[in-house]
Write a protein that binds this ligand. Structure first.
Ligand code: GTR
Length: 344
């Protein structure tokens, strides 16, 4: 009798809210059975963002390529807007094969796989180009491959721009301005430490709770890129956006290893190639969306300010060593630094 090794997800229970959403589309019994939903004969995919967000459009584009290249045998049904739950919950469901695909940020993977921490370090990438070149090559492939032991097939990275702080109180120009601010972060110890290193308080919380928490004063601010700041309507309540640009961490597109293992090797290679081919398309969508979101935010009267990055860089890179604890992580960080054109 063969015993299937379960993915090494850290202790966590799927929230009742996510489980309810998931069960509503017929997933509860399948969750226990550990096989993909395959409603209407199609693979299922989850994304926290709304239907017109670049990550969602890119995954749909991937689905079309897959359908064309397999003469309609394989296709995809997207559940956008967090319909099936938050990223952490849906990731766990994906590892158990209850969902076939998931597009998430690196943050929820940080507690699962140490190599994902590398690409999520603040002020590591000097530019979008540096991030793209690094992750398009062997370093990116190594990080994606590290997910397999956790029940996930890493397919590709997507752009996520630069994350900066926004809040309801006033402009942040130096770390001292952040003292006492209560800032939302995704559920990742790395993010908590980043915010603490600047002297603010960190509150981990799923993305879909941020708008209301800002409006009710439960938190003073958060950090994210232009498109998320805009599409979540956070700019309507947090009217100060301070361009710290501390993180250029990418998004990741993953597949359940359980679903993957059911495919022939020919189908697997078509699928992998289709994911890679969706990346240039996503980058175009992304650049267009950043420009659109910027305009909406600026037109709304949000006070946007530049910062002198030096003080932020010193404090935030000062905490790298807490998280870079293995030789492999160190090796990748050193390689990434050596690929900077502006020097280390
Ligand atoms: C966005 C990202 C989401 C999610 C979100 C967050 O930029 O696209 O996947 O991670 O940030 O802050 O939770």
């Amino acid at each position: 009798m063969s015993i299937r090794k379960l993915p090494s997800f850290p202790p966590h229970s799927i929230s009742r809210r996510s489980f309810g959403k998931y069960a509503a589309i017929g997933g509860s019994s399948l969750l226990l059975g550990g096989c993909g939903l395959q409603l209407s004969g199609k693979f299922t995919a989850s994304d926290t963002h709304s239907n017109d967000y670049p990550t969602v459009l890119a995954v749909k584009h991937f689905g079309k390529l897959l359908e064309q290249r397999t003469a309609g045998k394989l296709g995809l049904q997207m559940y956008a807007g967090g319909q099936l739950g938050n990223e952490r919950d849906t990731l766990e469901i994906t590892t158990f094969g209850g969902l076939d695909f998931n597009r998430v940020n690196l943050a929820p993977l940080n507690s699962i796989e140490p190599l994902t921490i590398v690409a999520a370090l603040p002020f590591l990438f000097e530019s979008t180009q540096h991030m793209r070149t690094t992750l398009d090559g062997p370093i990116g492939d190594e990080i994606l491959a590290s997910l397999e032991q956790h029940g996930l097939i890493g397919l590709c990275f997507y752009d996520s721009g630069a994350r900066s702080f926004y809040n309801t109180r006033g402009p942040i120009t130096k770390p001292e301005d952040m003292a006492g601010l209560k800032l939302r972060v995704p559920g990742s110890d790395l993010y908590v430490a980043m915010v603490k290193s600047l002297g603010a308080d960190a509150t981990p919380m799923p993305l879909d709770e941020v708008y209301q928490s800002l409006a009710q004063g439960v938190i003073d601010g958060a950090e994210n890129n232009w498109p998320s700041f805009e599409s979540g309507r956070h700019y309507e309540v947090a009217t100060y956006y301070s361009l710290t640009q501390h993180l250029l961490a990418p998004e990741v597109f993953v597949m359940s290893k359980i679903s993957w293992d059911k495919l022939s090797s020919k189908e697997q290679s078509i699928l992998r190639q289709s994911a890679k081919d969706s990346v240039p398309h996503m980058r175009q969508l992304w650049d267009t969306q950043v420009a659109k979101s910027k305009k909406i935010v600026l037109d709304s009267g949000v006070a946007v300010n530049e910062v002198d990055p030096a003080a932020f860089t010193n404090l935030m890179t000062g905490m790298w060593d807490q998280f870079i604890t293995t030789n492999k992580q160190r090796e990748l960080v050193d390689k990434i630094l050596s690929m900077r054109t502006g020097g280390i």
